[in-house]
Write a new protein. Sequence first.
Length: 190
Amino acid sequence: MADNDGIELVLMDAEERMDKSVEVFKHEADGLRTGRANPAMLETLKLELYGTTMTLNQAATISAPDPRLLLVQPFDRSNVGAIEKELLRADLGMTPNSDGSVIRLPIPTMTKERREEMVKRLKRLQEAAHVAIRNVRRDSLESLRDMEKKKEISQDELHRHQEQIQTLTDHSVSKADEVSGRKGAELMEV
């Protein structure tokens, strides 16, 4: 007798974890510096404020008023200096300018070498996403094989659900590839 609840849980878990892998990759790709200002480039920057570690988007509003400028406006003006130091230490290739209440980060034009370096970094992130998706596939297939060994599902059901998991895997890998293709084109844009 088939344990449909168990199968559904395995499939739902696989889909959820694969989608999460693609989302993490998309977020990391958004953080790669292109020639255009994008607040995502700074959101996950870690800083030490009030005796605790937090991300920049927890301590300030980050905006891009124009394509060549990022604006960081701390929620507490007394943190401007600390945030500015952290931005310098992060070695983002941008020099922060502060007027005491707002930090401006002009985006320098990217060289061909820097663009190619960013594309290589994107490819490494893409491969990490592929590995994460394949790991989810492996875990899900192991769960199905265990169910088959325990006679909870038949061999036919095992094969049918293995195909479903492979389809999920292929779909997730292609979503990651789409993200990479879009970001790669954006990185090489002059």
